[in-house]
Design a protein around this ligand. Sequence first.
Ligand code: G3P
Length: 219
Amino acid sequence: MKFFVDTAEIGEIEDLAATGLLDGVTTNPSLIHKSGGDFIETITRICEIVAGPVSAEVTATEADSMIEEGKRLAGIAPNIAVKVPLTWDGLKACKALSSAGTMVNVTLCFSAAQALLAAKAGATFISPFVGRLDDIGQDGMVLIEEIVTIYSNYPDTLQTEVLVASIRDPIHLIESAKLGADVATVPPGVLRKLAQHPLTDKGLAAFLADWEKTGQSII
Ligand code: G3P
């Protein structure tokens, strides 16, 4: 499973990229707003830090304008994935941009039918939002299972990667991995939580205390 980080905070991206565990980055207009940075400058900098796909979202709502914005964004770096919303215009833009060789991430997906359309439109990634489905009392993981099943029924024609988005906790990520999702995009805080376990901390403290008592050093 690939790990993307869902943020536009440059410091966080630099820190996580240094682990060697980061496969890509996703952003959206809300995350750009939160970062306070200039959109194009921020995306350009992220593409310098991370070699994998960097999602940058169009803000036009009509297909021709989306395509124009998508071309501008794709020109920033070869690892840009243009993010378009799952609307009819977004699907048209997805088809045009992906046919021209640009990676496209179709976002705001909340149903299997939408995911099927995105794959037929040539999306590189489909982004189902599990947390936002949970928020309205639907099980986001059921949607991931449906999409993974549908795509796996047509491996020769539907090659879109399932990029699980709106992940709120490590359980979302682990359940997505168990279902065979290709990518998880995770807020920095949740990504860090993946490494944490109280028994690890407790065990390490005990080992170090006993090591201290030996009076030895390795180097
Ligand atoms: O970037 C898309 C998605 O991950 C947003 O998540 O937490 O705002 O629902 P959230």
